[in-house]
Design a protein around this ligand. Structure first.
Ligand code: NAD
Length: 347
């Protein structure tokens, strides 16, 4: 295979360049499809293993392929003719999912190895990989009064079992494809992403969506109580989906970030108890709290250190949690009541 064929300076993306998005039926992939469509890109191809009616967002004019990207032949087909490939496909969910289904999480390595090889063989100019804050050393996250995680904190490695290790190894693929083969690969470590069109029920949902749903249920049932996973003191930061799509675009097109993992997350730290209080404010209710200490709780504390992203991009995710939760709560409430009426919804 010809080496380093892609190192030359690439032209600015054209609106009719073919953009391929893996995991386009999911939360972030679906939002990214809409983002590029709204920016005027005319050739977008999305792929996801879910049947089309289950895709969270369907954008008119976008080619949608139902395909299992853990199979090499499908990745080749999906990447054919691609100028840019964004890989957001993964078998994942919130803490409840990734602590319980480590094999599923690890098996996403098949998606990531086949997608990057197919992107390379198709001659794609750039490749984006969605990594995670779960790739960071868990020993640095034992205290809820966390020191924010900076990019170098992934090594020495002691990632989250299953999901985190898989992300770390897939990051290495990106780095080596750039070093050995000249594929312009970029890597963002997402910190919890939330917003409308995200999973909000069924076991894969993350804390903001779960708490919004529980508050809506509590109001609907009239029992006004909420069960919180862990002791509520664990801390996290949450990034609104619009910041995530903007960040992906900026990271993908920044040459200083080739093969260089970077945090993409909010640095607004809250405890889960704070998060419940914020949702109560949006919902206009006071909930009776109980704590499930046997439930998965993840690391004690985690925040995104945004020094690097501010330095390289002069930008960081800045939508406040108050604003994002208002949007998210309103959307989940609408979904909840539609489902009650028997209408098909995103879950
Ligand atoms: P999601 O579950 O909503 O979307 C992932 C999509 O990938 C799903 O639609 C799923 O059907 C699809 N998929 C899974 N296996 C597949 C396969 N074999 N072939 C084709 N499609 C397959 O998750 P998301 O929140 O949109 O996450 C997108 C990416 O961002 C993932 O790589 C995830 O690990 C990463 N990430 C997300 C968060 C977050 O807070 N949402 C945080 C850190 C990292």
């Amino acid at each position: 295979m010809e080496k380093n064929r892609l190192i030359e300076k690439d032209p600015k993306p054209r609106k009719d360049d073919l953009i391929v998005i893996g995991g386009a039926g999911g939360f972030i992939g679906g939002a990214l499809v809409r983002y590029f469509h709204d920016k005027g890109f005319t050739r977008i191809r999305g792929a996801d293993k879910k049947p089309l009616p289950e895709w969270y967002q369907r954008v008119p004019g976008v080619e949608c392929l139902t395909m299992d990207l853990s199979e090499e032949a499908n990745c080749k087909r999906v990447c054919e003719g691609a100028v840019e490939v964004y890989n957001l496909a993964a078998d994942m969910g919130g803490m409840g999912f990734i602590e319980r289904f480590r094999v599923e999480c690890l098996r996403s390595i098949l998606i990531n190895t086949h997608m990057i090889e197919s992107a390379y063989r198709a001659g794609a100019r750039r490749y984006f990989f969605s990594s995670s804050a779960c790739a960071y050393n868990t020993q640095l996250q034992q205290d809820s009064k966390v020191t924010a995680l900076k990019e170098s904190d992934a090594y020495p490695a002691m990632a989250e079992r299953g999901y985190g290790w898989e992300k770390l190894v897939s990051e290495m693929f990106c780095q080596e494809y750039w070093a050995e083969r000249g594929l312009k690969a970029t890597i963002a470590r997402f910190h919890n992403v939330y917003g409308p069109w995200g999973t909000w029920d069924g076991g894969r949902e993350k804390a903001p969506a779960a708490i919004c749903r529980k508050a809506i249920q509590a109001i609907d049932s009239g029992d006004h109580s909420i069960s919180i996973w862990g002791d509520g003191h664990q801390t996290r930061s949450f990034m609104y989906i619009d910041d995530c799509t903007k960040g992906i675009d900026r990271i993908m097109h920044c040459d200083k970030l080739l093969a260089t993992p970077i945090n993409l997350g909010s640095s607004e730290l809250v405890s889960i108890n704070d998060l419940v209080s914020k949702v109560e404010k949006v919902a206009g209710i006071k909930l009776k709290r109980s704590y499930d200490l046997t439930a998965p709780r993840g690391v004690a504390g985690r925040n995104s250190d945004n020094t690097f992203i501010k330095q390289v991009l002069g930008w960081e995710p800045s939508t406040t949690l108050d604003h994002g939760l208002r949007e998210t709560y309103a959307w989940i409430k609408e979904q909840y009541h539609s489902r009650k009426k028997g209408k098909r919804v995103v879950e």
